[in-house]
Design a protein around this ligand. Structure first.
Ligand code: ZN
Length: 145
């Protein structure tokens, strides 16, 4: 089983199958939630934080097509980088898979998927989080065809 590509953002479940959950912190003073590592609240500067787990689905807030990937990018290029708004508030940037750019609609429902990716220059694999259209979106599309 591969390790998390970013253990401070993606906590893997210890099963055979690669599953996991996005994690972050909640401010106990102002209730703001932060995706990923935080030592103090970005909103009120309190250090009174507790770890939280986020939903595995959200809404497509924005996206862009990446033609020049970051160094070591293991996937195909170009790819879609989506900004997904979680119901808890934070926005999460990750690759969008399973849909063509022309089929993307701002506001559509997306769900988290955990994928094994090859680490460039080694035989290692890591578990990365990505977004794909949720099943409800896909079945709606089928119904419209
Ligand atoms: Zn706060």
């Amino acid at each position: 089983m591969p390790a998390s590509v970013d253990p401070q953002r993606l906590k893997l479940n210890g099963d055979d199958e690669v599953t996991g959950v996005l994690i972050g912190f909640r401010c106990l003073d102002c209730r703001v939630k932060v995706f990923g590592q935080a030592t103090f609240c970005q909103s009120c500067a309190s250090s009174n934080l507790e770890p939280v787990e986020f939903s595995d689905s959200g809404i497509l807030f924005s996206y862009t097509i990446i033609r020049v990937p970051p160094a070591g990018w293991p996937g195909p290029v170009p790819y879609i980088l989506g900004e997904i708004a979680l119901p808890e508030g934070p926005h999460v940037l990750a690759e969008v898979i399973g849909i063509r750019e022309s089929d993307l609609n701002i506001g559509m429902h997306m769900e988290l998927t955990i994928q094994s990716v090859k680490v460039t220059g080694s035989d290692q694999e890591k578990a990365a989080y990505k977004w794909r259209p949720s099943n409800t979106e896909l079945s709606e599309e089928k119904a419209n065809q």
